[in-house]
Design a protein around this ligand. Structure first.
Ligand code: HEC
Length: 108
């Protein structure tokens, strides 16, 4: 095998590894609805959005049709003075995925 061939193989290997790293870093964490229900109560979401997500004074967020990224963005950035901001220290990305899974699992 020539030097160029070896180099070619090595660099394609590197590309594969780099792609895998990027993909794993950006992928949506798998949400756990049962855990999410706990976080939802723990962070007092129910105080505004209701026990079931649709039975509170705040907007109906049960079965919310929101992608994980927008959901997390929404949690981290207040749009109004009413809905508090939840930083990553308060609600980790994993916990946010759990909460979203919970909201999307609500039956009515
Ligand atoms: C103090 C009341 C309050 C609390 C606590 C609260 N929210 Fe909200 N939430 C609101 C209000 C009011 C809005 C709509 C206005 C706005 O977006 O700020 C909202 C909007 C949202 C939206 C966007 C809904 C849409 O259709 O765009 C999501 C998602 C959401 N809340 C999730 C949560 C989660 C998850 C928690 C707990 C971690 C939580 N909220 C805690 C009051 C609250």
């Amino acid at each position: 095998m020539s030097r160029t061939e070896v180099f070619g193989i090595l660099s394609s290997l590197l590309l594969v590894v780099a792609a895998a790293l990027v993909l794993s870093g950006c992928s949506t964490p798998e949400g756990n609805a049962a855990e999410g229900k706990r976080w939802y109560r723990m962070h007092n979401c129910h105080a505004c959005h209701g026990e079931q997500g649709y039975d509170g004074g705040g907007p109906d967020i049960a079965n919310i049709d929101m992608r994980y990224r927008s959901f997390v963005h929404r949690l981290r950035n207040a749009e109004t003075a009413v809905m508090p901001e939840f930083s990553e220290e308060k609600i980790s990305n994993e916990d946010a995925a759990d909460i979203l899974a919970y909201l999307q699992s609500i039956e009515r």
